[in-house]
Design a protein around this ligand. Structure first.
Ligand SMILES: [Zn+2]
Length: 701
């Protein structure tokens, strides 16, 4: 879930306005939507409406901010903070629709519009962040915040706005501001270059050609077919090509008997950006780490990790290191056991070699078969899409008393989209949920939860939210309805958790309502996954699509057992990458290091075993170049929270305990942004989260 906070903050100077081609009266963004619940009127929104709406939206907010700055009265919460918080309504209105559709139903024309408006919106945003007069008004209020009779939410809103400005350098002198801007520019260019190099190293510079059928031994037929198609794309017709993209590489590592070829492919993957060619990323990642160290120093932090994490629940890098170490010890032991079990298998079959990194997937697959005997195709008939959807609705009804009613009278952006009205137990309207399940050419890959309207308050009245879930699940065929894999079932529950967060968020100030720290964002989503695999819940929704038969206990048992399969490996490679990320962002000053040496030292310190590499190595760790710098740890951090939070239900002996659900809804989903993440968590749980449930769920204890 990504909040569109930047739009609330957006403000700017006049950009060159193009003349609207159409009659402004026809532009649906310029007046209140004339639809039930005032949903976006997708049936009349046309491509030509967007640019004029963006331009007018920017201009309106520019004037609103101008009015704040030029207000002759002394700055107050109302005339500055609240005015800023409520500014930019039109810009938000058009942005939220445009960017949602640009992800779910884009086209060349949409992308052209996106490219056209991006620099205007960015400039608009930069202008607000660096506006000296506006910052001075905010600072005055911030410095006097204890004397102004503000309530706790108002105070937090002031502090958040102040922080946003300061973290962007508003408190620096002119010379340091110039330095910061220069660093930002260098960083953005290096980031682009890193990504371009990685793309070339993944998609172009290496691929494995197989020309002898015997080298395909062990591979399933659909994998072989896919490799033949890939070969055509690479001009190798009649042969088979495997690339470094995971959907191509992983099945080869899992099934190919030819050990040498597995090594060749995996080494290709591990060496990306580290081949001493023009696409090498070693110098770039080091330069990025050094510039970030300088940036952190300028902004008054010891390291870049301090800068990032100070805003999160964890607060300090040390707290993250401590946390990761606590999971690391048992995870490493489990991984060692997994390795030893595979070695036994190798020895038993007379293989005269020691397990290597490129053998892990191959033997793990054999262990899975031997130990769990679980076949995906056995499960799928029980996971008809509509049944899974009703299953997650059922869970929400049990927990929160809300109900879901299908609405067919509302405009949608594609005929496949379903809309449900959400009501509470008193039949009050809570919000709307749009569901869009299947892949289309204009939909980006993956699954996400977004919104067409954020909850907000207008003149003291709450405007209800409209949330949407977009996924890329297998389509129904003539022969069968859409049957989901277990992974897809969990994904749907996951995104539904984000949706509930959006639906229940309630707060008068846009800046803080629902705005939880990054290492807490996945708590509402990951906790929902727990219910999906509970036998009690499975028996409600997992019914055979042909016979209606409830999923057999034996299958439930297999499913539950297999949840801990290979978790030592998965946890170790994840934590190793998280540590590497933190190490790169722990420079107190620019350093000259050998990148490979640095990585090796880092892994040696935690005793990583040679059979496993960090999930991402430095030269292809795109997360930390992008938005997850010093933040790759957040998924596991949130997993401690969701495992512990779900345990709050388990402890009562009732996975639908109403009291616990009410506390979770109130303190996490509804008021999550009202205070620090841990403070909110404590209100829900009454004690700090314990790491034990996570270790147990992952089979590490
Ligand atoms: Zn998520």
């Amino acid at each position: 879930m990504r909040k569109l906070i930047m739009l609330v903050l957006a403000f700017g100077m006049a950009v060159t306005m193009s003349k609207a081609q159409n009659n402004p009266l026809d532009n649906p963004f310029f007046s209140e939507y004339q639809t039930p619940f005032k949903v976006p009127p997708f049936h009349i929104i046309k491509l030509e409406h967007y640019v004029p709406a963006f331009e007018k939206g920017i201009e309106e907010q520019r004037k609103e901010i101008e009015a704040i700055i030029n207000n002759p009265s002394a700055p107050t919460f109302e005339n500055t903070i609240l005015a800023l918080d409520k500014s930019g309504r039109l810009l938000s209105k058009v942005s939220i629709v445009f960017y949602s559709l640009n992800s779910a139903e884009t086209s060349d024309e949409m992308q052209k519009i996106a490219r056209l408006v991006a620099p205007k919106v960015t400039e608009h945003r930069d202008n607000i962040n660096l506006n000296e007069k506006l910052f001075q008004r905010i600072k005055t209020i911030y410095n006097n915040r204890d004397k102004l009779g503000l309530d706790s939410l108002q105070k937090r809103t002031v502090e958040k706005y102040y922080d946003d400005f300061v973290r962007n350098g508003a408190n620096l002198n002119v010379a340091d501001k110039a330095k910061l801007r220069h660093i930002n520019q260098q960083l953005s260019q290096l980031g682009l270059k890193f990504g371009e190099n990685l793309l070339a190293e993944t998609n172009k510079n290496f691929y494995l050609v197989v020309d002898k059928p015997e080298d395909l031994e062990g591979l399933p037929q659909d994998v072989i077919n896919a490799a033949a198609i890939t070969a055509k794309q690479f001009g190798q017709e009649g042969k088979w090509v495997f690339t470094l993209q995971k959907p191509s590489m992983i099945p080869f590592l899992q099934y190919a008997r030819n050990r040498e070829l597995r090594e060749k492919l995996y080494m290709g993957y591990l060496m990306r950006g580290n081949n001493n060619n023009e696409f090498d990323n070693k110098a770039i990642i080091l330069e990025i780490a050094n510039l970030r160290a300088q940036r952190a120093k300028l902004l008054g932090y010891n390291t870049y990790a301090d800068y990032v994490i100070s805003n999160n629940m964890a607060k300090t890098p040390q707290a993250v290191y401590n946390f990761l170490n606590e999971v690391w010890e048992p995870a490493l032991k489990t991984a060692e056991r997994e390795r030893d079990a595979m070695q036994v298998m190798i020895d038993r079959k007379g293989g005269d070699f020691k397990l290597a990194p490129w053998d892990w997937w191959f033997y793990a697959e054999k262990v899975r078969k031997e130990k769990f005997d679980l076949d995906e195709s056995e499960l799928k008939p029980y996971f008809k899409l509509e049944n899974v959807r009703d299953g997650m609705f059922y869970v929400a009804t049990q927990l929160y008393g809300i109900t879901f009613t299908k609405r067919t009278d509302l405009p949608v952006y594609h005929p496949e989209v379903e809309v449900f009205e959400v009501k509470d137990q008193n039949e009050n309207h809570v919000g709307l949920l749009y569901l869009d399940y299947h892949p289309r050419p204009g939909k980006r890959v993956g699954a996400w939860c977004g919104r067409f309207r954020q909850q907000t308050y207008e003149n003291g009245k709450r405007i209800t939210p409209i949330v949407n879930i977009v996924t890329n699940f297998t389509r129904p065929t003539a022969a069968a309805p859409a049957l989901l894999t277990w992974d897809e079932v969990e994904t749907l529950f996951h995104e539904f958790g984000h949706a509930l967060h959006g639906l229940f968020t309630d707060g008068p100030y846009d800046r803080i309502a629902g705005s939880v720290p990054r290492d807490m964002v996945e708590l509402p989503s990951q906790i929902m996954e727990h219910w999906s695999s509970q036998p009690q819940v499975l028996k409600v929704y997992a019914r055979h699509y042909q016979t209606g038969e409830v999923i057999p206990d034996a299958l439930i048992e297999k499913l539950q057992k297999s949840q801990t399969f290979n978790q030592g490996f998965a946890t170790v490679e994840y934590i190793a990458a998280s540590i590497l990320d933190l190490d790169w962002h722990s420079f107190t000053e620019p350093r000259r290091v050998d990148v490979v040496e640095f990585e090796n030292e880092s892994m040696k310190r935690i005793n990583l075993i040679p059979e496993i590499y960090p999930r991402y190595r430095s030269t292809y760790f795109n997360h930390i170049v992008g938005g997850y710098a010093a933040g790759y740890y957040v998924y596991l951090w949130a997993e401690v929270l969701d495992a512990d939070a779900f345990n709050a239900f388990i402890e009562t002996g009732d996975i639908f305990n109403k009291e616990v659900a009410e506390r979770f809804r109130k303190h996490i989903l509804s008021d999550g942004g009202n205070n620090d993440g841990m403070a909110q968590y404590l209100k829900f749980r009454g004690k700090s989260p314990s790491i034990e449930p996570l270790l147990k769920n992952r089979g590490l204890k």
